[in-house]
Design a protein around this ligand. Structure first.
Ligand code: ZN
Length: 194
C-alpha cells in the first residue's frame, strides 16, 4: 500500500485508507479510527507556526515564525516544525533521549524543555530521510466543515457529528440544537510561555 503525507510531512497515511480510487477523501466513517484521528487533527495544524520558532519568538512576534511543514508525534501531543528546525527535533529524538518519550503525554513538552534549555542539533547534523519531499506537492487536507458535510451525505434522517478530540463519530438526535461550528472548537493547542 502506498504511503502518503497530507498537508504536512511526517505523518504518513495508507493511501487506500484515506482516498477512494477516484482520489477523493473517503467518508470519515469508512476511515479506520486511528487514521481518522490524525486526519482530523491535521486539518487544525495547517498554517500553525513551527513549535521551535514559536519558542524563540513567542506570541508577540508570532509573525516571525516559520509556518510548520512537518509533524511528528501523536495527535494532540504532536510537534510541529519548519525545515530549519527539523534537524533539532531529529537530534533530540535520536540522540538526546527523545525517543523514550514517544507515545507519552509529555512528548511535546519534553522536546520544548530541551529546546528552551538551549539545546540544538550540532552544526550540519543530517539524517533527514525525506528531504526530497516537496511540501508544496502534498495533498491539502479537507476543511473540517467539509469533512462533516461529507460524513452526513451517507445518512438520512439522522445527523452525525465528529468529535474533534477523539475522532469518534456520534449520532446527533434530531431534536438537539445545532452543534456549534466545528471551526470554533477549542482543540487546546497551548503554547508555553517563557
Ligand atoms: Zn522553526
Amino acid at each position: 500500500m502506498a504511503k502518503v503525507s497530507i498537508g504536512l510531512r511526517g505523518w504518513r497515511f495508507d493511501e487506500e485508507e484515506v482516498f477512494t480510487d477516484e482520489g477523493e477523501f473517503r467518508p470519515l466513517d469508512s476511515v479506520p479510527e486511528e487514521t481518522r484521528k490524525r486526519l482530523i487533527r491535521l486539518t487544525y495544524l495547517q498554517e500553525k507556526p513551527c513549535d521551535a520558532c514559536y519558542l524563540i519568538h513567542g506570541e508577540a512576534e508570532k509573525r516571525r515564525c516559520n509556518q510548520a511543514e512537518i509533524v511528528y508525534g501523536e495527535p494532540m501531543e504532536e510537534v510541529l516544525l519548519c525545515s530549519e528546525h527539523e534537524a533539532d527535533f531529529l537530534y533530540w529524538f535520536r540522540e538526546a533521549g527523545g525517543s523514550e518519550a514517544a507515545g507519552t503525554e509529555t512528548f511535546r513538552d519534553r522536546f520544548h524543555e530541551w529546546f528552551l534549555d538551549g539545546n540544538r542539533a550540532p552544526e550540519g547534523y543530517g539524517g533527514l530521510d525525506h528531504v526530497d519531499t516537496d511540501p508544496d506537492t502534498l495533498p491539502t487536507p479537507p476543511e473540517p466543515a467539509e469533512l462533516n458535510r461529507r460524513l452526513n451525505e451517507n445518512y438520512e434522517g439522522e445527523r452525525k457529528r465528529i468529535d474533534l478530540r477523539t475522532g469518534e463519530i456520534k449520532t446527533v438526535e434530531d431534536d438537539e440544537e445545532d452543534e456549534p461550528s466545528l471551526g470554533d472548537v477549542d482543540l487546546g493547542r497551548e503554547y508555553p510561555t517563557k
